[in-house]
Write a protein that binds this ligand. Structure first.
Ligand code: AMP
Ligand code: MG
Length: 330
């Protein structure tokens, strides 16, 4: 459980950066200043740490997170850059600009961090404290704003403390942050799109690219035949196989997504079977959710039958995502 942790607050500096990196490496949660807002960081390669991050924020859904990296080489290890992305990175990094790009084949960012998407949001922050921690860790850090879900984004360490004390391991105090608004997000598709306005103004981006940048359609649809790179606009991951929720018994030809120690009847004959958490642990279940869905989707079963999952704690976000996955695709 994240709740009930002892939360340390340390002034920014070289020894604190080393301690923050050690904490992240051990799966801990560390709040630190970026130039936009204070971020709540977790090692982007550790799904259980990311599950605890959602739990600490009390987020009722798994939306994809931004992977922060120390330099361009680190960004290119996780994301495939096109000409647009290169231009924008050169002009605005380090800085409050996030690029959404296809993941590389050996992208180390966990499925839970990208919410199962084939794309990854990446940025190099300009704040010295954030960059010191990133360099120390040598891995990408996912860092949404360091506040409880529904509260305002924190621009000072005291805001983080009042919201998250007892729920995270460490707060690195680097003073108030300079920008105070979130990063601008650009989807670097065939047609670049402004996915979220933020710290870098749209006209500055358009000047660098030499053309206007559009907004995405209201309801992006992964399966529509829009000219924009198909699949890349998907707002959430959904398996191609039909998903059946709250399964009490397994039908012929179905794959099973189990939860807990007690298999349902018919489990023995499953086309494929994976357990989100055999010990019934919701953090472990969240960590496994997207990778298990992907693996079962690849089994080409008639359906993926999902056992019911308790609705408390991270169960709410897990059930939210499963409900969306169960909406019929065309
Ligand atoms: P933040 O809450 O500041 O960490 O910002 C996260 C934002 O980035 C959310 O609005 C996400 O929807 C967006 N985002 C992150 N990853 C992706 C992605 N792969 N595709 C589209 N949007 C993304
Ligand atoms: Mg936020």
């Amino acid at each position: 459980m994240t709740v009930g942790l002892t939360t340390k607050m340390l002034p920014a500096g070289p020894t604190t950066a080393a301690e923050a990196a050690r904490c992240l490496l051990n799966g801990g949660l560390v709040a630190f200043p970026t130039e936009t807002v204070y971020g709540l960081g977790a090692d982007a390669t550790q799904p259980e740490a990311i599950a605890r991050l959602y739990q600490a924020k009390g987020r009722p859904s798994f939306n994809p997170l931004i992977a922060h990296v120390a330099d361009l080489a680190a960004a290119e290890r996780i994301a495939r850059f096109n000409a647009t992305a290169r231009k924008l990175a050169e002009a605005f990094w380090p800085g409050p600009l996030t690029l959404v790009l296809p993941k590389t084949a050996n992208c180390v960012v966990a499925d839970l961090a990208t919410a199962g998407l084939d794309t990854v949001a990446v940025r190099i922050p300009a704040h010295a404290v954030a960059r010191d921690i990133l360099r120390e860790l040598g891995r990408p850090i996912v860092a949404p704003s360091a506040n409880r879900s529904g509260h305002v984004s924190p621009t000072a360490a005291e805001h983080v403390a009042s919201d998250l004390t007892g729920r995270i391991d460490l707060i690195v105090d680097g003073g108030p942050v300079p920008v105070g608004v979130e990063s601008t997000i650009i989807g670097c598709f065939d047609t670049p799109l402004l996915l979220r306005p933020g710290g870098v103004p749209r006209d500055a981006i358009e000047r660098v690219l030499g053309h206007a940048v559009g907004r995405p359609p209201e309801e992006p649809d992964a399966h529509s035949s829009q000219p924009l790179a198909p699949g890349m606009l998907a707002s959430h991951y959904a398996p191609r196989t039909k998903v059946r929720l709250n399964a009490q018994r397994l039908a012929d030809g179905e794959a099973l997504l189990a939860f807990g120690p007690d298999p349902i009847s018919g489990s023995d004959a499953a086309a494929a079977s994976l357990n989100l958490s055999a010990r019934g642990d919701l953090t472990e279940a969240a960590a496994n959710l997207f990778s298990h869905l992907r693996a079962l989707d690849a089994a080409h079963a008639t359906a993926i039958a999902v056992m019911s999952i308790p609705h408390d704690g991270l169960g709410e976000a897990i059930n939210d995502r499963l409900r969306r996955a169960a909406v019929p695709q065309d």
